[in-house]
Write a protein that binds this ligand. Structure first.
Ligand code: SF4
Ligand code: F3S
Length: 103
């Protein structure tokens, strides 16, 4: 599962698609955690898609991640500032790849 304390345990490694990336990052095999309020662990996400299909405010966008060992696309929390903290994505992800900081 994603480390919910990633913002303390990891370092900012940059930004992609307007979203913070938390390292370590070593593409294409290691992609880190994307997002801060809505965070997706790219090294756990297997492209199930339930988060993207069910988010009531369309926070997520597909991005291609060719040659990643788990899946060749991931969800970017592009619109994380729109999140209403419903926690649906956290509950529905089959591999617990998402953390939402609703505190
Ligand atoms: Fe969307 Fe709800 Fe997840 Fe926020 S917590 S990203 S609103 S599904
Ligand atoms: Fe990935 Fe989980 Fe969504 S596997 S696509 S974060 S439901």
């Amino acid at each position: 599962a994603i480390d919910s304390n990633f913002d303390q345990n990891r370092e900012r490694a940059g930004e992609e698609n307007g979203v913070a990336v938390w390292g370590p990052v070593d593409p294409p095999a290691k992609l880190g955690i994307h997002g801060t309020h809505v965070a997706v662990d790219y090294d756990i996400c297997l492209a199930d898609g339930a988060c993207l299909e069910n988010c009531p405010v369309d926070v997520f966008t597909w991005v291609d991640t060719p040659d990643h060992p788990v899946s060749e696309r991931k969800v970017e929390p592009t619109n994380e500032d729109q999140c209403i903290d419903c926690m649906l994505c956290v509950d529905i992800c089959p591999v617990d790849a998402i953390d939402v900081d609703a505190s």
